[in-house]
Design a protein around this ligand. Structure first.
Ligand SMILES: NC(=O)c1ccc[n+]([C@@H]2O[C@H](COP(=O)([O-])OP(=O)(O)OC[C@H]3O[C@@H](n4cnc5c(N)ncnc54)[C@H](OP(=O)(O)O)[C@@H]3O)[C@@H](O)[C@H]2O)c1
Length: 334
């Protein structure tokens, strides 16, 4: 099969199309003939050698944390899917390929009328956002939630889920186009951080109470303001560290306001916990995708052989929502 492989770390040019053996399907796994896969920020970091996939290192890596496609074969213990089913799966690696094997409990049916491209844009960011909001952040209806990088893949999912969950959503973004997008996703208030700092806006909007939950991808640069922006008993969920991972922490505020700082990482989580999350997501959030209340947001679609361009585009921070790669070239728009 054709796949994009990493044989050495470096810039986008190290991503190379190769013919490699199809993955072997374990007894609890389904073999998916991939129609689309989507990029995640972690893929860029993996390519640079700073985020190796879990498990043993082979001669090469196939990146890709999510994919959609058709079940081609099933392992002997599989009961949830059969050949021909349209599915999307959460992967630890391997999505940038014509075939990938996924545990049946990390695999989800694609809602009716949803395209391969849309479905491929769901697993990683919607599971991350859902888990960060409800499990890590323990957000509830009526809470005020601050979502940084509101137009990112994860941000676009988080804003929609929080809005749908009856929360007041404040989002930060880095451009006017992203401002409009975050509003369309359902943010009540959007701050362009290039024009004004977010903390005074949070204080004004919440009448100095602060927000109950922050979903943060920025890390270092925002740490002090994030802690200041939290309401008593609030939670800072650390999902990414885009600006760096060290910072000054006012423990007096953490103590006085009874704050929580909760880190989260999806890919490295034990598989049993990932399976439990996928099953919870299917019960609690999948119906919102099926009835169209929340939607995957696609910025653009590349063909798999244009993977280097897709990585460059993500690195330029221009994307609003997801960058998808179509594995059958006919559907590419770029
Ligand atoms: N922990 C987990 O399990 C997990 C899972 C999935 C994703 N993540 C993390 O979630 C984050 C978003 O991922 P994604 O795939 O959705 O990314 P994405 O679509 O590439 O969006 C990232 C956005 O973050 C903003 N940004 C980048 N550098 C920044 C900086 N230094 N300061 C402020 N904003 C910055 C940019 O938007 P602006 O123009 O608005 O600044 C950029 O477009 C990443 O950090 C990723 O590693 C974590």
């Amino acid at each position: 099969m054709r796949a994009i492989v990493l044989e050495q770390y470096g810039g986008p040019e190290v991503l190379t199309m190769r013919d490699i053996p199809k993955p072997r399907t374990g007894p609890d796994e389904v073999l998916i003939r991939v129609h689309a896969t989507a990029l995640n920020r972690a893929d860029l970091v993996q390519r640079q050698g700073r985020y190796p996939p879990p498990g043993k290192m082979g001669a090469y890596q196939v990146p890709g944390l999510e994919a959609s496609g058709e079940v081609e074969a099933v392992g002997e213990r599989v009961t949830l899917f059969q050949p021909g089913d349209r599915v999307m799966a959460l992967l630890a690696e391997g999505g940038y390929a014509e075939y990938v094997a996924a545990h049946e409990r990390l695999t989800m049916p694609i809602p009716e009328n949803m395209s391969w491209e849309e479905a491929s844009a769901i697993p990683e960011v919607f599971l991350t956002a859902f888990d960060a909001l409800y499990n890590q952040g323990e957000a509830r209806p009526g809470d005020a939630v601050l979502v940084h990088a509101g137009a990112s893949g994860v941000g676009s999912a988080a804003i929609q889920l929080a809005h749908e969950g009856g929360m007041l959503v404040i989002a930060t973004v880095g451009s006017q186009l992203k401002e409009e997008a975050a509003r369309a996703f359902g943010a009540d208030v959007v701050v362009n951080y290039r024009q004004e700092p977010f903390l005074p806006v949070v204080q004004r909007v919440t009448q100095n109470r602060g927000v109950d939950v922050i979903l943060d991808f920025v890390g270092q640069q925002y740490l002090e303001a994030n802690i200041e922006a939290l309401a008593p008993d609030g939670t800072l969920v650390v999902i990414g560290t885009l600006s760096g991972s060290e910072g000054r922490l006012n423990l007096g505020l953490v103590l006085g306001r009874r704050l929580r700082i909760q880190g989260t990482a999806l890919r490295s989580r034990p598989i049993e916990r990932k399976m439990a999350l996928v099953q919870q997501f299917l019960r609690e959030a999948w119906p919102l995708l099926a009835n169209g209340r929340v939607k995957p947001v696609i910025d653009r679609v590349y063909s798999l052989d244009k993977v280097a361009d897709a990585h460059r585009y993500m690195a330029s921070n221009q994307n609003i929502g997801k960058i998808v790669m179509a594995v059958s070239p006919a559907t590419s728009s770029v």
